[in-house]
Ligand binder design. Structure first.
Ligand SMILES: [Zn+2]
Length: 86
């Protein structure tokens, strides 16, 4: 749905790159919702967290929403590093 119509209802009206806000405990804007992978998950302190923000594509016709990671390759690199540590 990043390109083309909604896969659920077929509508061509799609809002792309909508910000996905993490409201936090105090209902404030706590930044963008993100995906994270630890490159060194067994470390006590320095787990080497790799974070990438998520953005949304929202169908205007039915509300169906897809999330996309800004930098999926960075997460893949961290996951590969974590697999080497295991
Ligand atoms: Zn739709």
């Amino acid at each position: 749905m990043r390109r083309g119509p909604c896969p659920k209802c077929g509508s061509a009206e799609v809002v792309r790159n909508a910000r996905v806000i993490d409201r936090g405990d105090a209902n404030l804007d706590a930044g963008d919702l993100s995906a994270a992978v630890y490159a060194n998950p067994r470390a006590w302190v320095f787990k080497e967290k790799v974070i990438t923000p998520l953005s949304a594509c929202v169908c205007v016709g039915c509300g169906y929403t897809e999330l996309y990671a800004a930098d999926p390759a960075a997460l893949a690199d961290a996951a590969a590093a974590a697999a080497r540590v295991e």
